[in-house]
Design a binder for this molecule. Sequence first.
Ligand code: DGJ
Length: 744
Amino acid sequence: MITYNKTDRSFHLSNGKISYILYIMKNGHAGHRYFGRAVRNRGDYSHMTEMVPRPLTAFPIEGDALFSPEQQRQEYPCAGAADFRMPAFSIRQKNGSAISDFRYADHRIFSGKPKLSGLPASYCEEESEAETLELHLHDAVTDMDLFLLYTIFRDHACVARSARFENHGEPVFLDAAMSMSVDFYDSDYELMQFSGAWSRERHVITSPLRAGMQSVGSVRGHSSHNHNPFIILKRPHTTESTGECFGFQFVYSGNFLSSAEVDAFGVTRIRQGIHPQGFCWHLGTGESFQTPESLLFCSGDGLNGLSQEIHTLLRTRMVRGCWRDRERPILMNSWEATTFDFDEEKILSFARIAKDCGIELFVLDDGWFGKRNNDRAGLGDWQPNLEKLPHGIAGLAKSITEMGMAFGLWFEPEMVNKDSDLYRAHPDWILQTPERAASHGRSQYVLDFSRPEVVDCIYEQMEKVLSEADISYVKWDMNRSMTEVYSAALPPERQGEVFHRYILGVYDLYERLIRKFPHILFESCSSGGGRFDAGMLYYAPQCWASDTTDAHERVLVQYGTSYGYPIVSTGAHTAAVPNWLTNRRTPLHTRTNVAYFGAFGYELNLCWLPEEEIEQIKAQIAFYKQHRRLFQFGTFYRLQSPFDTNEAVWMAVSEDRRQAVCGVYKTLNRPLSPFRKVQLAGLDESLCYRITGGDNEYHAYGDELMHFGLLISDCSAGERMEGQRVSSDFDSQLIFLEAETEVQ
Ligand code: DGJ
């Protein structure tokens, strides 16, 4: 998969789907030639690099007025030396200089993919699945080594990149260390970002690239609701089903920067890595620094093709453990039903109805520990509140498992309330800057997870609860961004390391819990989707996508999320109406039709529902149990965007293409609305499908459904003819397709 061409000192990484070509430039630095759909292997790629002079630049080689780093496409550009674009890294040295000159030393090509110690990363199960290039560069003045790592997967349209610095000289400060940088030849692209806010995460924003810098990032300590580390670069004409596009997935859960810079000559530099703001790593003699990983994807089959590549890789080579390939249980979460107001009796009566409806996993959310009767107390004290739960968590878990459901529990391990025994014992364990006030958020403070003793203390508390009770699911929440970031345990020159050390602490706690309790299914959460990133998926196979449980808002969140993240990893629940956040009423079938496309569950008080809705829920659960694999693991296609139209349409297709399910979600009902049909995707042209779930039941062939389409018009009250179903605002249809064995 990786070839070294001596003639032009280039490396070609290819797997038949994609090619990535880099080379050693005249100055010994790593240069970029190509990243895109696969090209043939040949001995020389020098024709891919132009040497066309442009005046008013600078030249690093004496007597050579042609070779200018500014006019070359580079792999991991350095700061300040004749490339005036943003660098991939910056090293501040003892004499105050930040200039470096990393030149080719040697390289290794080997099978498999090395682990990144303490960090989440994609992996292979067998060495033959991937090949890695480790490009070794050296800076003579600082006596530092730089290792650029590139792994290409045999079966995925993806190259994984990261960088490692090793310092053999005087101590230095790493002021920036991105995970990757890649220079595309032109700028005829659009940038897709997935941005929003709490409860409206990952909305799709597409903008044409323009000259200069455009970026998204987070300096909040978590990847955040506001922007997602994942970005897409697409050609303007690229659609969901055709055209070229690139995806950049940063495998990290803390501060990040994903940027696109268009220079004067139309070259686009994409960079991704830890945000340099708030980052400064002191690299002592003999120390090394490993950046997190970036995954670079390419597709020639449109955005659906790109997402499918990303889904498959994240689902099978990022998520780990026994839950990776397993269908996820249908859960009932207590939060929106009870918030903090519950006791054992209330939970058990609620659980009994849940069981009767067919729920498989009962999750007790916030409020079960310490003095947690509101959000002002208790975080940090992970012992059951015996006033609410006289038989403790172990007793409650026993009663619930005896009913025939699994039991799950909520934690927020990284936080503390001032009103807690933990804070009273260790007030210096929070992130806070000396002599300055510490800002609060949701009445809580952030524990200093850069300190191993803090992580140890939380581990011991959690380990005790999880060992004593029969718990098979944990929801790990994180409900505020970080402020006044400073660690009482680190010297002044290491304060720029706290953000990153904090995340390493989070990963360490996850890793220890996963090792000790490999059977537990973890669901990550950060006030909904504030930490929905590829890094988290390495530890928690699913993530609560958003605190918005309003069906219409959820369509937007889940549609946006689907660009970069697998459907099975997207926690989605049916909740009560009017919705607590939007005060909107949406039909029960729509709420469930949306939540079906995810790690599905309910989050409402069944005790308050009329009998007919309980019966409806029983039927919904029975239906989902029958088709769960299709919803969770089917190949997902976006067909119509709710960001552009009054309606969202998406579908999932089984691996053998004999089954498919299509969700159609309307926003507002319109009088005399246009007739509507949607062209389906991913079906077998020659198969005849029986179509159920819409207003009519009929048969149609795959070619008809994909080329003619599926009719989805509906009727408002004023237009109805006798016998027709009347549609309403926020109505939805779930259309099921099953191939007939007998051709009709
Ligand atoms: C925020 C989460 O997103 C909710 O689902 C819930 O777990 C609350 N925290 C509990 O405090």
